[in-house]
Design a protein around this ligand. Sequence first.
Ligand code: SF4
Ligand code: SF4
Length: 163
Amino acid sequence: MQDIINNLSKQAKDKHNENKKFFAKLKKKPPKNLDYIMQELHEDAFEKTDCLECANCCKTTGPLFTDKDIERIAKSFRLKPQQFIDQYLRIDEENDYVLQSVPCTFLGADNYCSIYDVRPKACREFPHTDRKKFQQISNLTLKNVSICPAAFNIVEAMKKRIG
Ligand code: SF4
Ligand code: SF4
């Protein structure tokens, strides 16, 4: 898995223009059953991917924390939301709460998430490849394919399936 992760950034760079063109076309004319196709490709890719061997998302990019995330996670630590913010978060350029540093503080050496049950919504949904109207998040996906091997494989499978 580590070799795959090490090569991912270069592989994603090589595919960037092709992916950009593909998503531009997809946005103009998405297939009627795109939600169904994405569900299938997502499930197929994640059956073959062990996130515990990877954790590259937790190591390289942090999630955004919504107010609800902060409340829920702070409660699990028996902290007030503001105490949790002061201890772990900062505000980024887009005015969102993000981690003060990556790899994520809550990631263990064994790649387990120590706040798994209460983790941010963005962590639960990453890499968003099973979301509805997938064509609407093409810019985000163009970035995610360089972080997430499963997202990379899903986009490759999409190109084969949809053309
Ligand atoms: S909160 Fe958990 S799932 Fe989210 S980035 Fe941190 S370790 Fe990963
Ligand atoms: S979601 Fe993607 S980047 Fe994150 S651990 Fe799983 S395969 Fe790796």
